[in-house]
Design a protein around this ligand. Structure first.
Ligand SMILES: Nc1ncnc2c1ncn2[C@@H]1O[C@H](COP(=O)(O)OP(=O)(O)OP(=O)(O)O)[C@@H](O)[C@H]1O
Length: 589
């Protein structure tokens, strides 16, 4: 039964992908009196299962002669003598042979192409495709699930922090490598990663790990749908004196720029359907309607890039920017272009200009863009006083695998990786702090979080994170890292996704908990180590300042107290995590 279902689905896909093949073969098959039907399944059988000798047995000449009224056959000659049956009778035997050879060669090539396409769709047998068995297991697993994916008509939840995941489909390269899709999205807020594994005796099995988020967008979702459930609900925040922030997080090539900047058609990017442009459009809609119409607000935009510890203005030929903290601990990006805009098209121009600047200034565009964070901001100010009313920050983050990559010997690459890692860890902790209200917010840890400090404080701040994942088996490690990161930003309990899966043993559930807590503890310890380095540096600076003539003992005591507070917070969290993990291991022993 499973095979039938699988075969039927594959047939349908092939039928959709190669309609021209079906038509052509169908007419040949009719001439050979092969079983006739209109069902897609049988059509495919005809196309791919017909033995070659049957399909080739009809020669071109026979086909022409047998046809009831050949369109171009010459009128029959009344003369006696050998009857000329067709125009081809004028050709020499050699020419006819050449024609036949050419025809059978074309047919052979077409057949090989069909067979290859079929293998690609069905998954090649084990000896050709190492994922064949896993692919079968995934299909079997899926056949036990009920699917209720997200619908456009589903309600939008108003959260202070929204965390969601978007799965991108397999691309052509991955399909050509026969990679399988290891991500299943059964419902609008759950997904399953089928991680291929081997037991010690080399038996293959799937480790099916489930995650739950506010929303999960499958490969059929468009940018507009993603926008509707993520950034769109945040637009009104900036009209009500708040800060809205939307991050795209994920490995290189997972679809961050596709989602934020606009869908790609080949190398062309449609900037109109990226989240940047969709936010801009809604901002102008809000501006034109009450009660915001009467607020007399003006719009401006800025676009910059953070690369390592440096920031560059994407609207001013990548001019270097300084990130400074003033006496009131307000972070300023000195020299950043803030362009006044009066309509959506003005913003579109800035998006195009900045996006092209981001990639064109580099020798290897993709690899460099994936190592920088791009920050596009739409700013609302009071027309009279220029006082800030609200700000929407949209961030296309650096590829997260860059942060984890320590293998490169090049010192600069390692440093870049460390900076990315630090900023992504700080970002996660800052969003968590926003969610936990009043907890320590380590925004000083990186330039990115320093610049976005306002996004993490205040009752009115709202944030959404879109974690982008690739569906291919070759990316499964990065995908799991992305999902774990997103999971930690907002820990939602993963419910059982189906009755069928509720049979997962308690033992394996415990194992998952241990692995997840261990991962968390290790990640947190890295964070503590980084923080210790920062504390040490700050403590030395404070101490050195105290040696200067006329130092303020009050300032010193206040700063020292604040620093200690931060240290205690970081260490307390680490202590709780370590204690929980110890307790769990002791219970198990
Ligand atoms: N949801 C999707 N549907 C179809 N194609 C997609 C989707 N997401 C991404 N792609 C395609 O995948 C490719 C890589 O996407 P994109 O450049 O957005 O990745 P990225 O995460 O921004 O990478 P980088 O970090 O290197 O900038 C593009 O060709 C894009 O069109």
């Amino acid at each position: 039964m499973f095979f039938n279902k699988y075969f039927y689905q594959a047939d349908n896909r092939v039928g959709k992908m190669f309609p021209y093949v079906l038509q052509e073969k169908e007419s040949t098959a009719t001439k050979n009196s092969i079983e006739e039907t209109n069902s897609p399944r049988q059509k495919c059988r005809k196309t791919f299962a017909t033995p070659p000798q049957t399909r080739n047995s009809l020669t071109y000449r026979e086909a022409v002669l047998d046809s009831p009224s050949p369109p171009d056959s010459p009128p029959k000659s009344p003369k006696k003598g050998p009857r000329r049956e067709s125009i081809f009778d004028f050709k020499s035997e050699a020419a006819k042979k050449v024609e036949l050879i050419a025809k059978s060669r074309d047919e052979r090539r077409q057949r090989q192409a069909d067979e290859k396409a079929f293998r690609d769709q069905m998954g090649a047998p084990e000896q050709h495709n190492p994922y064949y068995e896993f692919s079968r297991m995934i299909s079997e697993f899926k056949s036990t699930l009920e699917f209720h994916p997200l619908k456009d008509s589903d309600p939008v939840i108003e959260n202070q922090i929204t965390v969601c995941v978007r799965k991108r489909p397999l691309n052509n390269k991955e399909k050509n490598r026969s990679e399988v899709d290891v991500i299943t999205v059964p419902t609008k807020n759950q997904l399953i990663v089928h991680e291929p594994k081997h037991k010690v005796d080399l038996t293959k099995y799937l480790d099916n790990q489930q995650f739950r988020f506010d929303y999960v967008f499958d490969e059929t979702c468009t940018n507009e749908t993603v926008y509707k459930f993520t950034a769109q609900p945040l637009v009104k925040t900036i009209f009500e004196g708040g800060m809205a922030t939307c991050f795209a997080y994920g490995q290189t090539g997972s679809g961050k720029t596709h989602t934020m900047g606009g869908e790609f058609k080949g190398k062309q990017q449609n900037f109109r359907n990226g989240i940047y442009a969709l936010v801009a459009t809604d901002v102008y809609k809000f501006l034109s309607r009450p009660p915001y119409k009467d607020k007399n607000l003006v719009v401006s935009a800025s676009f910059f890039e953070i690369y390592g510890k440096l920031a560059f203005d994407l609207l001013a030929k990548k001019q270097r920017l300084k990130v400074l903290e003033d006496g009131k601990q307000v972070v300023q990006v000195v020299g950043l272009t803030e362009r006044a805009v009066s309509k959506v098209d003005d913003i579109m121009d800035l998006i195009k200009k900045g996006s092209l600047e981001r990639t064109s200034g580099q020798t290897s565009a993709n690899s460099n863009s994936s190592r920088s964070h791009a920050v596009f901001q739409i700013i609302l100010r009071r027309a009279s006083s220029k006082q800030l009313e609200g700000k929407f920050s949209l961030i296309d983050l650096a590829g997260n695998e860059r942060g984890a990559d320590n293998s490169k010997s090049n010192k600069q690459t390692r440093q870049e990786g460390a900076d990315i890692n630090k900023s992504l860890l700080a970002l996660k902790e800052c969003i968590r702090a926003l969610g936990k209200k009043g907890k320590h917010c380590p925004f000083r840890e990186s330039i990115l979080t320093k610049i976005l400090r306002d996004s993490f404080i205040g009752e009115k701040s709202r944030t959404c994170m879109i974690a982008l994942i690739s569906s291919s088996v070759g990316s499964v490690d990065h995908t799991l890292n992305t999902l774990r990161y997103a999971d930690r930003v907002k820990e939602l309990v993963a419910n059982d996704f189906s009755e069928a899966n509720s049979g997962e043993s308690e033992e394996s559930q415990n194992e998952n908990d241990v692995v997840s807590l261990e991962w968390d503890l290790l990640e947190n310890s890295k964070n503590v180590i980084d923080s210790c380095v920062y504390f040490h540096k700050m403590a030395c600076q404070l101490y050195d300042n105290s040696k200067q003539v006329g130092y303020s003992k009050y300032e010193f005591a206040k700063n020292w107290k604040n620093l200690l507070r931060e240290m205690i917070d970081v260490q307390r969290v680490a202590y709780i995590k370590a204690s929980e993990f110890c307790e769990m291991l002791e219970d198990e022993a």
